[in-house]
Design a protein around this ligand. Structure first.
Ligand SMILES: [Zn+2]
Length: 115
């Protein structure tokens, strides 16, 4: 059975779209994935800089993973292993940003889908 990418369109209870890689809330304004994979040009996460349709597509970013879900898993793992830092140099860090709190939301909503 192939992975249904629509499960990566993840909303918190307050309606924020969560970045499936790092759990940043308020990620995009709408859907970034259809059943067969990521959509192109829906945005870039300001926190971990994950971009659906680019970072998870070998032909675009050169990721060694042929399946977008595997590339996303690797990307996410790298962000967490790197100490959950703010990678978005061009985006200001929200004043109330807490990587620990964000990671809790990711573990609750995103991790079960990525594992
Ligand atoms: Zn992110």
């Amino acid at each position: 059975m192939s992975f249904d990418y629509r499960s990566l369109n993840i909303q918190s209870k307050t309606g924020d779209w969560l970045c499936p890689s790092c759990g940043f809330p308020g990620y995009f304004r709408g859907l970034s994935f259809v059943e067969g994979g990521p959509l192109i040009g829906t945005g870039i996460c300001p926190c971990c800089t994950y971009e659906p349709g680019f970072d998870d597509v070998a032909a675009a970013s050169g990721t060694p993973h042929s399946e977008p879900i595997d590339a996303l898993r690797a990307y996410s793992k790298e962000w967490f292993a790197g100490g959950m830092r703010w990678w978005g140099n061009l985006a200001p860090i929200p004043g109330d940003w807490s990587p620990e709190k964000q990671a809790e939301g990711w573990k609750l909503h995103c991790k079960p889908i990525l594992k």
